[in-house]
Design a binder for this molecule. Structure first.
Ligand code: SD4
Length: 342
């Protein structure tokens, strides 16, 4: 259960303290960094459903487990949740009625694995991990990814739920190809676009283990009612996710095309390498998107989430409403609202 939401505001933070469930957590830095130093271990992830996902990851981190195991276990929670229509089983299908999933994972050694446009498997993140661990490759797509999964013991399943099918059929009535993603700002009237009510939310998760190693995972069903074969940023290393164990990790959510164009997560990590705080690095990446497409950027959502080697984290998005969840030894179900440009 989500029982509280804290708001992070730029500049106002200073050295303020916020009470979280009886514990005090200091917001680090007075230089407008606007972020929390959680120390380690810590796990953070995108959107409200990150709270439940973090809990699963935390069980592993708390016991001294590997960050890689934690992020895989964490994102498997929304992947298996049928009520979640944007990740894993139950995800909304593409415009031809196929549920196609994208996911990637990256460990502390720079190893990574990815699957794109994978059908019939509830846990693409675990297939991505196997690609990383059992093949000399980074990415498998479509039929090849499914073949690999089935050969490795994954069960073939039907991922289209009755709700997903009903939403698709509603969308088919108008067949309007107008993918809108992650706009929580109600002024956009997203709910008036058939089927677009839940057309957002990828889980990107970053964890720092007790031993100081970082890993990340990202998984999604992508844009609802997308063209068959469309792949977003989420399975693309450097775009939807990037981890460098010397520096930190970053993950993205929102309109994947814009994240790919800016190689967003890699950019955030490189900015942190240059000394920016996680929050400021995310902000710079958001600014890069605006610079490339100033008008388009006003109407879409992209959010970045980052964690550095010290356990400091931050987020920034184009539009309001980008929530992220944090779990560390003081707070297991913290939900925060990142700052936004608009
Ligand atoms: C995509 N980035 O497929 C994903 C969708 C997403 O929050 O993140 N939604 O473009």
């Amino acid at each position: 259960m989500i029982n509280r939401r804290k708001f992070i505001k730029a500049g106002a933070m200073g050295a303020s303290m916020v009470s979280t469930g009886g514990f005090l957590t200091a917001y680090a830095g007075s230089n407008h960094s606007g972020q929390v130093a959680a120390g380690r271990p810590v796990v953070i992830s995108t959107w409200d459903f990150g709270v439940a996902a973090n809990r699963a990851a935390w069980t592993i981190l708390e016991a001294g487990g590997r960050a890689l195991d934690a992020v895989e276990a964490g994102v498997r929670v929304p992947e298996a949740d049928l009520a979640n229509v944007t990740v894993g089983k139950g995800g909304y299908p593409d415009r031809d009625g196929h549920v196609t999933l994208d996911a990637c994972i990256m460990d502390e050694h720079g190893n990574c694995g990815s699957v794109a446009a994978l059908e019939h498997v509830t846990h693409p993140i675990s297939v991505a991990r196997l690609v990383m661990e059992k093949t000399p490759h980074v990415m498998l797509v479509g039929a090849g990814a499914l073949q690999f999964a089935l050969e490795n013991g994954f069960e073939r399943e039907n991922l289209l739920t009755p709700e997903g099918e009903a939403a698709w059929k509603t969308w088919l009535k108008e067949r309007k190809y107008e993918p809108v993603i992650n706009i929580e700002n109600r002024s956009f009237n997203v709910e008036k676009i058939p089927g677009n009510r839940y057309n957002h939310d990828t889980i990107g998760m970053l964890a720092l283990g007790r031993n100081g190693d970082l890993s990340g995972a990202c998984t999604t069903s992508g844009m609802a009612f997308k063209m068959h074969g469309r792949v977003g940023d989420s399975p693309i290393i450097g775009a939807g996710l990037y981890v460098d164990n010397e520096v930190g990790g970053a993950t993205a959510t929102g309109v994947g095309e814009e994240v790919i164009r800016t190689v967003g997560s890699f950019l955030v990590v490189e900015l942190m390498r240059q000394g920016l705080s996680p929050r400021n690095a995310c902000r710079e990446a958001v600014k890069r998107i605006i610079k490339k497409k100033p008008e388009a950027a006003k109407k879409i959502q992209v959010g970045f989430l980052a964690l550095n080697k010290n356990g400091e984290y931050g987020a920034f998005s184009l539009q309001k409403g980008f929530s992220f969840a944090v779990c560390d030894r003081y707070q297991q179900d913290l939900l925060l609202d990142g700052e936004s440009m608009y």
